[in-house]
Design a binder for this molecule. Structure first.
Ligand code: GLU
Length: 317
């Protein structure tokens, strides 16, 4: 009789070295890590260092040190800036299939191609440059150089079940419009690189902050468009990841944790001789996995992990 084996779980931690890791990042990574490890899964660490010019030179190494100090480990490690050829190949595929077009709209529009579109940072693009250039060569000559946008079919409605946030539905054409994928001079930005990597790295679940929930349908559309390219690259069954968006940590003003809320950098606790178990304990208590004030190591939380006890509102610090 044929045995049905459950697919191995692969989770990922995807820091952007645009600044220091803070309590909010640590909480999301803790959930992502435990979700995979508690089921015997693998963890991939992926440094998302394509955000020119916002990336900080110190931040990638510091994030890795912070994560190790907190007790994280991982099975594979990648740096996106070393994978540009792969993203270029995906972009070429999209170009040949007519899924992308060059856009020379405002600098702000073009620059948004590199960054992860966190809530409040999404720009709706009305498709101004659609059909504007007869050929790639024509657009290529333009300065500043263009970005590449995904042509969203107005009929495409994306629906998916988020493991934490529940059923989602979005008409991408009305929310984001034609979203940016790459800039001519830098290559792939966040959306293209993240989608390509999540699939090629075999990620089965994307656990991240819910400020990227609204950006997810665009990623699903892109992954679908790339399906034949993925099949060619992988020579195996192509699986799209499941998504799990968890609430953010916010300041007292309700905004995403940032410098203005005081120093919540993990490196600051580390350098001040802080106890990582106290930080993990505090974050775990906010997820309902231990008592407030309990000091606990990340690995001790493996048997206690549950998505069900995580509150559905943001954590205020
Ligand atoms: N690197 C992205 C960020 O830190 C996260 C992307 C993701 O998890 O998809 O904003």
């Amino acid at each position: 009789m044929e045995e049905v084996l459950a697919k191995p779980v692969i989770g990922r931690l995807a820091p952007s070295p645009t600044g220091a890791l803070h309590l909010g990042n640590a909480r999301t990574f803790m959930i992502a890590y435990l979700s995979a490890r508690s089921r015997g899964g693998k963890v991939v660490l992926r440094m998302e260092d394509l955000d020119h010019p916002r990336d900080k030179p110190f931040a990638a190494d510091q994030a890795i040190e912070d994560l190790r100090w907190l007790g994280f480990d991982w099975d594979e490690q990648y740096v996106q800036s070393a994978r540009k050829d792969i993203y270029r190949s995906a972009l070429e595929f999209l170009h040949v299939r007519g899924f992308v077009y060059p856009c020379v709209c405002s600098r702000k529009d073009v620059e948004s191609a590199q960054s992860a579109p966190h809530a409040g940072e999404q720009l709706f693009y009305p498709g101004t440059c659609r059909g504007r250039f007869a050929s790639y060569r024509q657009a290529e000559a333009i300065r500043p150089r263009p970005c590449w946008r995904f042509r969203v079919d107005p009929r495409s409605i994306v629906e998916f079940d988020d493991l934490f946030a529940g059923r989602q539905r979005q008409v991408v054409d009305q929310t984001l419009g034609d979203f940016p994928l790459a800039r001519d001079e830098y290559g792939a930005g966040y959306t293209l690189a993240a989608v390509v990597d999540d699939v090629l790295m075999g990620v089965t679940e994307v656990v991240r902050g819910d400020d990227l929930l609204a950006a997810t349908p665009a990623q699903i559309l892109l992954a679908r468009a790339l399906a034949p390219w993925f099949a060619r690259q992988m020579g195996a069954e192509v699986n799209l990841p499941k998504y799990c968006h968890v609430p953010l940590v916010v300041g007292a003003d309700g905004r995403r944790l940032a410098k203005r809320h005081g120093d919540t950098r993990i490196s600051a606790y580390r350098e001040a001789g802080g106890n990582p178990k106290a930080i993990i304990g505090m974050l775990a208590a906010s997820c309902g996995w231990c008592e407030r004030g309990e000091e606990i190591a990340l690995e001790e939380l493996l048997p206690r992990f549950s998505l069900a006890s995580i509150p559905h509102r943001p954590l205020v610090v």
